[in-house]
Design a protein around this ligand. Structure first.
Ligand SMILES: [Fe+2]
Length: 200
């Protein structure tokens, strides 16, 4: 079979330890105490300044390095000859803290190639769609095929509830939204965009 058109959503294990994630969480709350944040796609949640990749904290530097290596690995999975050294990779990253009721409206990430989300804290005691990210298939015409071939890439939407420590990486053009958090525990994520420019 040759796949003509498809949109990948990569779910990868960041391999960041629970201890690291705890330190990261503490640093995130410290940043929040000094950053009133932005209102972009977030409803009732805090969205930090998008300067994560220039911050000096060891925890954030570790995450940013992890994001960069994950993008390089994914590029290599498509093209074994991909050389990260040949690319000027530009990253922008930010933090989302969604308390109870917090969600993100449908959006995409323009002017980027790959976008990603690291789940730092994901409440487990949830019901319904809480904690899920929903992707919209750019080809809605596949919905009829999806009725007889579900979960084969034709479905109009795809929902995932990633676990803490997991990272999802997807093409930046892919529309997505985040369901309201129905837990008393915050949902904490780090999101990033990457733009891969050829050095030559
Ligand atoms: Fe997003």
């Amino acid at each position: 079979m040759q796949i003509g058109f498809s949109v990948p959503v990569h779910v990868v294990d960041s391999n960041l330890s629970e201890e690291f994630l705890e330190t990261l969480k503490k640093d995130i709350y410290l940043v929040r105490d000094n950053d009133s944040g932005f209102s972009i796609s977030n409803n009732h949640g805090w969205h930090s300044t998008s300067d994560l990749f220039s911050r000096k904290e060891e925890s954030f530097r570790g995450v940013c390095s992890n994001c960069a290596s994950s993008i390089a690995s994914i590029m290599k999975s498509y093209d074994e000859n991909f050389d990260p050294e040949s690319i000027d990779a530009r990253f922008a990253g930010w933090i989302n803290v969604n308390p109870k009721g917090g969600s993100n409206m449908i959006h995409s990430h323009p002017n980027s190639h790959w976008s990603g989300v690291l789940y730092v804290q994901q409440p487990n005691d949830v019901t319904g769609n809480s904690g899920m990210i929903e992707f919209i298939n750019p080809n809605q015409e596949g919905r009829d095929l999806a009725r007889i071939l579900p979960k084969n890439g034709f479905d109009p939407i795809m929902r995932i509830r990633p676990k803490a420590g997991q990272m999802i990486i997807f093409p930046s053009f892919l529309l997505h939204s985040v369901y309201p958090n129905d837990s008393d525990q915050d949902r904490i994520t780090i999101a990033f965009n990457s733009l891969l420019l050829n050095k030559k």
